[in-house]
Design a binder for this molecule. Structure first.
Ligand SMILES: Cc1cc2nc3c(=O)[nH]c(=O)nc-3n(C[C@H](O)[C@H](O)[C@H](O)COP(=O)(O)O)c2cc1C
Length: 453
């Protein structure tokens, strides 16, 4: 890995949690809860801070990170990508292991933030996508966000699973305290679930689980909005725009990334932000048309390279209602990634962040390492296949993405694919989620660290 370019380099940067956190700092952090920014409303959900933490698979955003973000007033997102990888039965029966882990992780996140907003990111390219969406609804997700492919049938899967919950929810309606989320959920169900699973009834009575597609262009926004409109007579509850600076899989071809200046070793200098801003304007206009048609608000959330308050203000000035950030949350105390993974972010220079070809069939962004050097020399045949992706052919895949991402989640960095956003090189120290939220929202004392740094 190269040198950290530019800014301050602390020799003693460590990706460990230092328990010597100053009490004064913690108390101040607890006091400063009000965001200067407008709350984010999605249906009946209200996030005090308009920040969604992007889902990060495999095993990077689980209950600890999502719970902490939700507790801090944002929206915490658990990634379902091979979420059950630690289950002893995972290799024998990955689907069941993943389904169980969906319930377990959400339960743990709710223990951290009982009143918080917590949901899942489910990749549309996953094999068994529909089963994961239904399981997330059954577990009680507040929101589901889906990208990495077009989540064409997401409304149907959500409606089918919500309809299953109907009798139980009606029973809860009679006992729940008025004004609680439990009561709101039950009231929704008592008013009629979103249908019986047949296409024509989906969306007519609304949903309890708020759903969003991830889009990257006006074209993909139009495609998904038209499909949901025609097939299910519904519109998204919110939309996440993921730009060319994001981490993980990207919704752009290599050529598009080149055209935006987003595939160089110095994206901060070469990125044509104004051009993509135009695309964001177009996406917002498109979403507004569907909001009008359905007579509802459809908040638009902007993602990709959001690192500080200025970035947030810029996206809000374009008309976004909130932001989604992922990379900045990796180097938090609460992030579920192992310390070695966090350290790789702290050590990375801008020139270490590269575009890679993923077996998912899309480009991705990751930190250069031995694994990528090895993959560049030729295919790495998979040892075993858990059939994670619809479109992956184990015989011709350049490498097994599940294995490479599980190695990352285990901290075996030399054998791992280390996904990151273009700003990972700006991570300088381990922070708490509360600190990151303050920094993003432009609140006072944002730089005050519980580590006394
Ligand atoms: C380590 C990592 C893993 C990610 N995994 C997923 C994923 O499994 N599914 C997905 O839709 N997006 C994934 N993303 C994208 C994020 O959810 C997010 O939208 C994006 O990274 C935002 O840009 P930022 O990282 O610059 O803030 C991942 C991003 C990172 C950094």
């Amino acid at each position: 890995m190269g040198r950290k370019s530019g800014i301050c380099k602390r020799k003693d940067r460590q990706a460990e949690f230092w328990p010597c956190a100053g009490l004064r700092g913690r108390e101040e952090i607890m006091e400063q809860k009000e965001s200067r920014l407008k709350a984010l409303k999605i249906g009946q959900l209200v996030a005090k801070r308009p920040v969604i933490q992007g889902g990060m698979g495999i095993g990077i955003s689980l209950s600890s990170l999502a719970g902490a973000v939700a507790k801090a007033g944002g929206i915490g997102i658990i990634s379902t990508a091979q979420i059950g990888f630690r289950d002893p039965d995972f290799e024998k029966n990955p689907l069941e292991a993943n389904k169980q882990a969906i319930h377990q992780e959400l339960k743990k996140a709710r223990e951290i933030a009982p009143q918080g907003i917590i949901g899942f990111n489910i990749m549309a390219a996953s094999r068994d996508y529909g089963q994961y969406v239904k399981e997330a609804v059954r577990a009680g997700a507040d929101v589901i966000i889906s990208g990495a492919g077009l989540p064409v049938d997401m409304p149907k899967f959500v409606a089918e699973a919500e309809a299953e919950n109907l009798p139980e929810s009606v029973a809860v309606a009679e006992t729940a305290d008025p004004g609680t989320k439990e009561a709101a959920n039950a009231a929704f169900a008592a008013g009629g679930a979103a249908g019986t699973g047949t296409d024509s009834t989906v969306g007519t009575n609304g949903r309890r689980t708020m759903i969003a597609p991830i889009v990257s262009s006006v074209k993909s926004t139009l495609v998904i909005c038209r499909m949901w409109d025609r097939k299910y007579q519904t519109a998204p509850d919110f939309v996440v725009i993921e730009g060319p600076c994001a981490g993980g899989h990207l919704g752009f071809s290599r050529e598009q990334l080149t055209a935006y200046g987003a595939d160089t070793e110095c994206v901060s200098r070469t990125y044509h932000q104004a051009e993509y801003d135009e695309e964001i304007h177009g996406i917002i206009r498109t979403v507004k048309e569907y909001a009008e048609k359905y007579g509802k608000e459809i908040p638009v959330i902007s993602a990709g390279g959001i690192f500080d308050h200025e970035d947030v203000l810029h996206q809000l000035s374009l008309g976004a209602d909130g932001v989604q950030a992922a990379t900045r949350f990796v180097t938090t105390v609460e992030c579920d990634a192992p310390s070695a993974y966090k350290q790789a972010y702290l050590d990375a220079g801008q020139e270490d962040i590269v575009i890679v070809k993923s077996p998912v069939g899309m480009p991705g962004r990751a930190i250069k390492n031995k694994f990528l050097e090895r993959a560049a020399r030729g295919p790495i045949p998979p040892e075993r296949c858990v059939r994670c992706l619809d479109r992956c052919d184990p015989a011709s895949t350049p490498y097994c993405i599940t294995r490479a991402l599980i190695q990352a989640a285990r901290g075996n960095l030399d054998e791992a694919l280390l996904f990151c956003g273009s700003n990972a090189y700006r991570c300088e120290r381990v922070e708490t989620v509360e600190e990151v939220m303050r920094a993003l929202c432009g609140e006072e004392n944002a730089r005050e660290s519980v580590f006394g740094v």
